[in-house]
Design a protein around this ligand. Sequence first.
Ligand code: PNS
Length: 156
Amino acid sequence: MAKAVFPGTFDPPTNGHLDIIGRAAAAFDEVIVAAGVNQSKARLFDLDERLTMLTELAKPFANVRIGTFEGLLVDYCRAEGAGVIIKGLRSAADYDYELQMAQLNHAMTGVDTMFLPTRAENAFVSSSWVKEIAKLGGEVASFVPAGVHARLLEKI
Ligand code: PNS
């Protein structure tokens, strides 16, 4: 059974994340969308809020479940029996950054990474920019799923 992990911070999940979840679900028997717990990044949404949003997004996909991980991603993959990490790529800059991580993750444990090119309509969407635009009063409804948008408006 081919199992993959789609990891991220998901602060908050965007349309780009949702698209990758759907495409990964179509390609693998099981997909775990895994929210990182302990990276040293300032967060807008706490872990519970991010998990709630991800659970809503994953509802249409019977073979997708939500998880959390702490520490090395490859250790989590091995503990879950997942041989593949899924990453979405928006740009050459993403590729340069992700390639090194993919190679390190493979060298450490043999866990492989598969890149999915982001759909053109999501190529410029990132959680960081969505947060900044929303904080400054801009409209982000077309960049995030409706439930996430509602939570962003509540939060800001
Ligand atoms: O959504 P993000 O912020 O791009 O997600 C980054 C994430 C969580 C996937 C990445 O930081 C990660 O894999 N962190 C786990 C720590 C780890 O395994 N580090 C070694 C990478 S070679």
